[in-house]
Design a protein around this ligand. Structure first.
Ligand code: ACO
Length: 319
């Protein structure tokens, strides 16, 4: 059996920046509240003519470039998104066509903010069993399109972006383990409940969230799944070089780190500049820390996320 080794990372943020000051003119909120309660200062928004595939393509090209991998060498493309360009074909197939790959397996994964963790774990299963040699795994979302911009409970939290990794089969680690969970009993706490009927949307497609409940669940689930990953590998938290958490809210991140007794110096935090970019959040933070030199070859990384469903999970890997 081989390991899945990360050989390239990439990310992309759309040009338009939305500040907290600009949000003050949209809803009854203020900069101090947003910073204190969420840690978010700015978020990026996709242009009207940009779709999820456009964002995904930028991150994918950067990851392929770092990996020095030609797109023809990729035999699996998984794209995690909650905001696909079309009902079908999958955005993964659209990305495949855009990149010029022919014949690789390609499909989308829908696990909202945990989507990238799910996708990474799925790709790892294919590589471990020898089914594929190289995989492109992308998280991309234009979550701003699922936001009611007059709802202050949600509009301050989200941004748009994309992140990607290239994985390669290797004898050296690699992804050590992944741990995925879901519990649909919580489906109403975070949802965009509309469905497609007769070619149109039936119901409300804007994000509805019971923030407090999501917050409490997130801290509990994330610390539990991180413990699960450590126990599975007989490791102590002190062995971890970097926690790369889902960037939803600085208070969720600090509360989780505190529960795990992990110093914040070992946590990659990008939420203040990116907001919550859903499936893009973890690979975006990962790419930022790889490119600025914080994450070094040989470092032990713990990636985790929680999202609508609820879904949650963690991936432990040697970079
Ligand atoms: N500006 C000003 N006031 C606001 C705003 C706003 N944008 N939003 C809510 N408030 C008000 C509320 O109306 C409430 O007022 P009230 O006391 O008069 O009723 C007050 O602030 C406190 O509201 P709470 O909901 O209790 O505030 P809380 O400290 O829980 O923070 C928040 C709210 C930021 C949404 C928090 O609960 C949170 O981050 N939850 C997690 C949500 C999340 O991350 N979702 C993303 C998807 S899932 C995931 O990625 C984990």
């Amino acid at each position: 059996m081989s390991y899945s080794r990360l050989i390239g990372t990439g990310s992309y943020l759309p040009k338009r920046v939305l500040t907290n000051a600009a949000l003050e003119s949209l809803v009854d909120t203020n900069e101090q509240w947003i910073i204190e309660r969420t840690g978010i200062r700015t978020r990026h928004l996709a242009a009207e003519d940009q779709d999820t595939c456009d964002l995904a393509e930028q991150a994918a090209r950067r990851a392929l470039d770092m990996a020095q991998c030609d797109v023809s060498e990729i035999d699996l493309i998984i794209l995690a998104t909650t905001t696909p360009d079309r009902i079908f074909p999958s955005t993964a197939c659209l990305l495949q066509a855009r990149l010029g790959n022919h014949g690789a397996m390609a499909f989308d994964v829908q696990a909202v903010c945990s989507g990238f963790i799910y996708a990474l774990s799925i790709a790892d299963q294919f590589i471990k069993t020898g089914t594929v040699q190289r995989a492109l795994v992308v998280g991309a979302d234009i979550f701003s399109r699922l936001i009611n911009w007059s709802d202050r409970n949600t509009c301050v939290l989200f941004g748009d972006g994309s992140g990607a990794v290239v994985l390669e089969a290797s004898r050296t680690p690699g992804i050590l383990s992944s741990h995925l969970h879901a519990d649909g009993a919580y489906k109403e706490l975070l949802t965009a409940p509309a469905k497609v009927v007769q070619g149109g949307l039936n119901g409300d497609a804007f994000t509805k969230m019971q923030g407090n409940e999501v917050f409490k669940f997130a801290v509990k689930a994330l610390s539990k799944v991180v413990d699960e990953a450590l126990i599975a590998n007989q490791l102590d938290m002190s062995a971890i070089d970097w926690l790369v958490p889902h960037q939803a809210n600085i208070r969720i991140i600090t509360a989780t780190a505190k529960k795990l007794k992990l110093p914040m110096e070992k946590v990659v935090v990008t939420v203040s500049e990116h907001g919550n970019t859903s499936a893009a959040s973890v690979p975006l933070a990962l790419d930022v820390a790889v490119r600025d030199g914080r994450i070094q070859r040989g470092d032990l990384l713990l990636l985790e996320a929680v999202g609508g469903g609820f879904t949650w999970g963690a991936v432990l890997l040697k970079y």
